[in-house]
Design a protein around this ligand. Structure first.
Ligand SMILES: [Cu+2]
Length: 235
C-alpha cells in the first residue's frame, strides 16, 4: 500500500496507469471513485513538490534582475548598443538590484560599518566587450531610446538643482549609482555598487555604459564620455 501511494505521488506515471487504477481503489486516498481516476490522481499529486523554502533571507529583496544581450536599437529592445566596436551586438549584460531591507541584527558582515537599513545593492556583470578596456557605467533616469541621450541624466538620490549636474557634491558615487569597470582579457567584467538609499519608484529606468571611467573633479564630476550602450531596467 505504502509503495503504491508513494508512486502515485511521485510519478503520475503513464506506464503505471493500469497498476495505479487497481491500487488506488483499495488505498482509499479519498481520490474520488477509482474508475478512470488515474488522471485525477496525477493532477492531485503534482502540486505537492512545489514547496519552496522561499523566505529564508528576509533581509534582501530582489528589486530587478536583468539578463540580456545587446543589440542595435529597435522598439522594445531591452539592451541597446550605440557603438558596436566597444559593445558588440550579442555581448551579455546581467544586472541584479536588491534592497537591503530594514533588518535588525543578522549583519555579521565585517564591511558593513553603518547599518544597511534601506540600502540598495547593484551588481553588474558584462561579457564579450572589448578586452582590457575602461568603461564607465551609471544608473540613469530615462529609458533607452533610439538616441544615446534619450536615457536622460543620472539618477540622483538628492537631486542637484542645477542640471546637468557636475557638482561633486551631488555627482558622486554616494548620491548616484556608479558601476565603472575594466574588462579582462576576455572582455568580461564585474562591478558592484552599494548605496544607503532606495530608488524612488519609476525614476530609475536604465543602466548606461560610457566610453571612459567616471570623472570626479569640479565641473566635470559624473561625466564619463560617450554613451556606448543602454540597458532598460524596471524598478
Ligand atoms: Cu551615465
Amino acid at each position: 500500500m505504502d509503495l503504491t501511494r508513494h508512486l502515485t505521488r511521485t510519478i503520475a506515471g503513464l506506464a503505471l496507469l493500469p497498476l495505479l487504477a487497481a491500487g488506488c481503489d483499495g488505498g482509499g486516498d479519498g481520490n474520488g471513485g477509482g474508475g478512470g481516476g488515474s488522471y485525477g490522481a496525477g493532477e492531485e499529486s503534482s502540486p505537492s513538490p512545489t514547496e519552496e523554502g522561499g523566505g529564508t533571507e528576509e533581509a534582501q529583496a530582489n528589486l530587478a534582475d536583468v539578463s540580456e544581450e545587446f543589440e542595435p536599437y529597435s522598439e522594445g529592445a531591452a539592451a541597446v548598443t550605440y557603438d558596436e566596436d566597444a559593445v558588440p551586438a550579442g555581448a551579455g549584460v546581467e544586472l541584479a538590484i536588491s534592497s537591503e531591507g530594514a533588518d535588525e541584527g543578522a549583519d555579521e558582515d565585517a564591511d558593513d560599518q553603518e547599518g544597511d537599513d534601506g540600502g540598495t545593492e547593484f551588481s553588474l556583470r558584462v561579457t564579450g566587450l572589448t578586452p582590457d578596456r575602461d568603461y564607465g557605467a551609471h544608473m540613469h533616469t530615462g529609458a533607452c531610446g533610439e538616441k544615446p541621450d534619450d536615457s536622460g541624466p543620472h539618477y540622483q538620490d538628492q537631486k542637484d538643482p542645477e542640471q546637468p549636474s557636475s557638482d561633486p557634491k551631488y555627482a558622486n558615487d554616494d548620491n548616484e549609482v556608479w558601476l565603472d569597470f575594466t574588462t579582462d582579457s576576455d572582455g568580461n567584467a564585474d562591478s558592484d555598487a552599494d548605496v544607503d538609499w532606495a530608488p524612488r519608484s519609476g525614476e530609475m529606468k536604465s543602466l548606461v555604459i560610457h566610453d571612459q571611467h567616471t570623472k570626479t573633479g569640479e565641473g566635470e564630476a559624473g561625466s564619463a564620455g560617450d554613451r556606448l550602450a543602454c540597458v532598460n531596467v524596471k524598478l
